[in-house]
Ligand binder design. Structure first.
Ligand code: ZN
Length: 370
């Protein structure tokens, strides 16, 4: 476990002392949003078969005072809804009078996928999060990605991209970030999730593309597709508040820090446990996502219940993600687990004991109010 607060204060020595001394500037896409202006727009990113425009909802809050430009994006995968709610709330809450800099809210990036409530663009199954920065003269998804990237993302200084697990799975609330990049490290620390999975990210993802272009970007993964999970949405809104404070987009607010912090990258400390036999999967872990070496995480039984295969924790670990659809064939991923060091494990145990552990709220029926 590392102490995010002390690391951040050493990071901040290499950062400019104040962002708030910048002059206010207009935000330009095809049009201009002046300082002191908040605008809700529908921005055309493409065209349907019928020749109707495909319009993406965007809110731009340009502060009366100068500062950095932050983008928030959701709905790059059309069925991942928690982030859509986060972006709606942020777009509603902030006014130009209180913002130093600009907040660009991209409410729903892949509109055709959103309308179909699917992950990928319908018909062609193109994944927008492998399509950035896109191309002007390529397939539908690349064209949309290109308009979004050039008009909005490229005008920003940093960004948060909201996702959930893919359908039939769930994921612990966590960030994905390239912690080797100092700008990304500062942003991930400020967003203040307990868990960060680090790495450069997939080619064509918004996070890896923007970060490579000098726009530090963090992906936030939160819970399940196809629903709102209020506890996770509230945590993400606190994370956004904390980022706004860290970059002085809002004055006088304290940055939040998590009580414990786990970052993990290497395959030896993080793995997907897979089914070796097909059958019916029953999750045994919970309600907390903390498991101990040798503990049964789930069982796979055949339909006659004559054979049972127990899947055990390979180490003391944190369940990062878990299958929700209870049928599996050999090779199906059942559970994503990260190894915990003793100090982090003890801190999680302490939080569980005093009723403060709040990192999941997603496993089956074990959590009542997600
Ligand atoms: Zn996603």
């Amino acid at each position: 476990m590392s102490d995010p607060q002390s690391e951040s204060s050493s990071d901040s020595q290499s950062e400019p002392p104040s962002e708030a001394s910048r002059e206010p500037e207009p935000f330009r896409y095809d049009a201009v949003v002046d300082p002191g202006e908040k605008r809700h727009i529908r921005y055309e990113v493409g065209e349907t078969y019928l020749g109707d425009p495909i319009e993406m909802p965007v809110t731009i809050v340009n502060g009366e005072a100068g500062g950095p430009t932050l983008f928030l994006s959701a709905g790059i995968h059309g069925d991942e809804l928690n982030g859509v709610k986060v972006v709606q709330e942020v777009a509603d809450r902030y006014s130009p009078a209180e913002i130093h800099g600009t907040v660009v809210c991209l409410h729903v990036c892949n509109v055709p996928a959103y309308e179909a409530q699917r992950r990928d663009t319908p018909i062609y199954d193109q994944d927008m999060n492998r399509s950035f920065p896109g191309k002007e003269r390529s397939n539908t998804t690349e064209r949309m990605a290109n308009r979004i990237y050039r008009r909005f993302v490229a005008q920003c200084d940093l960004g948060l991209d909201f996702h959930t697990s893919t359908r039939n799975r769930t994921t612990i609330y966590h960030a994905r970030a390239d912690l080797d990049d100092p700008g990304v490290r500062r942003l991930a620390r400020a967003f203040a999730t307990n868990v960060v999975l680090y790495g450069a990210g997939d080619q064509g993802s918004l996070r890896s593309t923007a970060t490579a272009d000098g726009i530090p970007t963090v992906t936030v993964e939160m819970g399940r597709a196809h629903r709102f999970q209020p506890v996770l949405i509230e945590k993400a809104l606190e994370g956004v508040e904390s980022v706004l404070a860290e970059y002085e987009l809002t004055p006088g607010e304290a940055v939040h820090w998590p009580g414990w912090f786990q970052s993990t990258a290497a395959d030896s400390t993080k793995r997907w446990l897979r089914a070796d036999t097909g059958g019916l999967v029953e999750m045994e872990w919970g309600p907390y996502p903390l498991v101990y070496e040798g503990e049964t995480i789930c069982t796979v039984t055949n339909h006659f219940k004559t054979a049972e295969h127990a899947v055990e924790a390979p180490f003391d670990g944190l369940i990062l993600g878990s299958l929700e659809n209870p049928v599996a064939a050999p090779g199906h991923p059942l559970c994503h687990i990260a190894q915990l060091d003793g100090e982090t494990r003890r801190e999680i145990e302490r939080e569980i004991e005093i009723g403060e552990f709040d990192g999941y709220r997603s496993h089956g029926d074990s959590w009542a109010d997600d």
